[in-house]
Design a protein around this ligand. Structure first.
Ligand SMILES: Cc1ncc(COP(=O)(O)O)c(C=O)c1O
Length: 418
């Protein structure tokens, strides 16, 4: 079904960049006397799509068409070809652009496709600074692909300012901050590092997957580009693969749009729909999960079999103060280090609710072993150098009842044998 010609969410979207540029698309509340959006939760439900004027459908149609009839080829219609622009994808891009306070959102087929597009902004000989404790896929693509195109990379603790200064080279063009970092949840002060980076004319890119646009908006704190694997908290149900970048200004958005259209790793219409749907419930999911995460972190901190708990919401975490100052919450991810790695296999067998595997951000709690899952792309030596050992367990807290979940994990932890 086609939406009405005047559907408001279609209006700003002809097939050239300038016309695709979308800054904000919060529904015009002025139509409804006296109603203004005051809270993020409301904004997540009502951003990116207005009622289709032809059908009054309250969710956007999924457009699978790859091409569009051009009755007057010299004056083409709003969309011309699916790689260059798709109405359903545009609804998600537009929502994210608005929620992240950027000039343009661009959705890709995965988080890695998004990071890859961001790295393609660089040129041969450029140098990039990357958070040292970053997810394995970022390091894999930089080492296995971009090194062949002459991109040099320094991995640095981006919360360590002297180390940042030391890493700087005349060829440094950008810094990619993973916030929180993975798996140890280091916290980078985005306003401070952005200021430093701009003094050196660097692009500031932030992989905001762990925090989500609900808890932090790096573009309002000085970053130039924010990146998400929407496979995780945005999709929220472990059933889509998606990614999105939002550029702060039109110029960077234009460069990234060129890459999206030229290279073609665009997000499918179905997964665009699912990503947009995920945004509607992100705040309530995050509120619920982060409350449980904090309780679980506190309980595990007291457990005799746990050596360390890494959760930025604990006052003992080195990034607590920065997180409190720059974010609106502490998120649903925590990592623990057991006192004995030989308990890990039996612990995994004894869990009944909690799942074990790669991935995070779903409704179910997922326990990952960085040694085998998210950091398998690193060599053993690289993992050891980053303190990633077989006793490290990352936990993505889901929506189970706090009591059931904590019981499940504590039972497995108490009983686990070597
Ligand atoms: C922080 C972060 N960014 C990007 C990605 C890549 O996302 P995707 O799996 O959607 O390609 C991941 C994957 O786990 C991630 O953890």
């Amino acid at each position: 079904m086609q939406p009405g010609k005047n559907a408001a969410w279609l209006r700003p979207t002809p097939a050239t960049f300038d016309k695709l540029l979308h800054s904000t698309s919060v529904p015009k509340q002025s139509d409804k006397e006296g109603v203004t959006i005051t809270e993020k939760r409301t904004q997540f439900v009502h951003t990116g799509y207005e009622l289709d004027s032809a059908t009054q459908a309250i969710t956007p149609p999924v457009f699978r068409a790859t091409t569009y009839h051009q009755a007057d080829p010299w004056n083409p219609p709003t969309y011309d070809y699916a790689r260059s622009g798709n109405p359903t994808r545009h609804a998600f891009e537009s929502a994210m652009s608005s929620l992240e306070h950027g000039a343009m959102g661009l959705a890709f087929s995965s988080g890695m496709a998004t990071l890859t597009a961001a790295f393609m902004l660089l040129s041969q000989g450029d140098h990039l600074i990357v958070t040292r404790d970053c997810q394995g896929g970022t390091q894999r693509v930089l080492r296995g692909v971009f090194s062949r195109f002459g991109i040099q990379v320094s991995y640095v603790d981006t919360e360590d300012y002297p180390a940042l200064e030391q890493a700087l080279k005349p060829q440094t063009r950008a810094i990619l901050i993973e916030n929180f970092s993975n798996p140890f949840l280091h916290v980078t002060d985005i306003p401070l590092v952005s200021q430093w980076a701009h003094e050196h004319h660097l692009w500031v890119m932030v992989d905001n997957t762990f925090i989500t646009p609900y808890l932090q908006n790096p573009l309002t704190q000085g970053a130039d580009l924010v990146i998400h694997s929407a496979t995780k908290m945005i999709g929220g149900h472990s059933d889509i693969t998606a990614g999105i970048a939002v550029a702060k200004d039109k110029d960077l958005g234009q460069q990234l749009y060129f890459i999206q259209n030229a290279c073609g790793a665009v997000l499918s219409p179905d997964d665009s729909y699912m990503s947009l749907r995920g945004l509607h419930t992100l705040p309530v999911r995050m509120d619920r999960a982060q409350e449980t995460a904090r309780k679980l972190a506190e309980v595990l901190q007291q457990h005799p079999r746990v050596d360390e708990v890494y959760y930025p919401g604990l006052a003992t975490h080195p990034g607590y103060e920065i997180a409190q100052r720059t974010m609106r919450g502490f998120g649903q991810m925590l990592t623990i280090r057991l006192k004995d790695a030989s308990w890990v296999t039996d612990l995994a067998h004894r869990l009944t609710l909690t799942k074990v595997g790669a991935g995070f951000g779903g409704t179910e709690t997922i326990l990952s072993l960085p040694e085998l899952h998210c950091h398998a792309a690193l060599t053993r030596d690289e993992r050891r150098e980053r303190n990633i050992t077989p006793d490290v367990i990352r936990i993505s807290v889901g929506l189970e009842s706090e009591t059931d979940l904590i019981d499940d994990i504590l039972h497995a932890l108490d009983q686990a044998e070597s």
